[in-house]
Write a protein that binds this ligand. Structure first.
Ligand SMILES: [Zn+2]
Length: 152
């Protein structure tokens, strides 16, 4: 597990997880600081982060959703979307960021949909509009009971 946990400014609210590379870019751009480092490990000029804390507090819609009880893991996103690809309706086994993470999209329920590997690969780091791949579903924040009806 090389993911780095990103906390909001203040360090009390978990926002999402990013890759180590993404975390280093955040440090480089001075949008975050290291909250907790892996002892004795470095990544270039930085201590290798276990978690980051944003410099500026963010108030966004997805922050509220991300504080809900249900994490939007791959299996949970697949269950919410009934294992159907949001772009072609076929069997899904990946999750796609609607607004790509490289463009600031969050790993949140409202920005994640189930997708098949073909569509995920075709969309790449584009929005659905840019890729010409309209969503067949509208993402929503599921309740625990909505997920428990779907089996993986
Ligand atoms: Zn598909």
């Amino acid at each position: 597990m090389t993911d780095v946990i990103v906390f909001n400014a203040g360090g009390h609210q978990v926002l999402h997880r990013v890759t180590l590379q993404h975390a280093i870019r955040m440090l480089y751009r001075n949008v975050a600081r290291v909250r907790e480092a892996v002892p004795g490990e470095r990544f270039g000029p930085y201590p290798r982060p276990r978690s980051l804390e944003l410099i500026n507090y963010v108030y966004t819609r997805w922050v509220y959703h991300s504080t809900g009880r249900l994490p939007c893991t791959l299996s949970n996103v697949l269950r919410r979307d009934r294992f159907r690809c949001a772009y072609c309706g076929g069997p899904a086994d990946t999750r796609d960021h609607i607004v790509p993470r490289s463009r600031g999209g969050a790993s949140s329920w409202l920005n994640l949909v189930a997708a098949c590997a073909t569509c995920n690969g075709r969309k790449r780091d584009r929005t659905p509009a840019q890729a010409g791949m309209p969503l067949l579903v509208r993402p929503f924040v599921p309740s625990a009971s909505q997920l428990s009806h779907q089996r993986g």
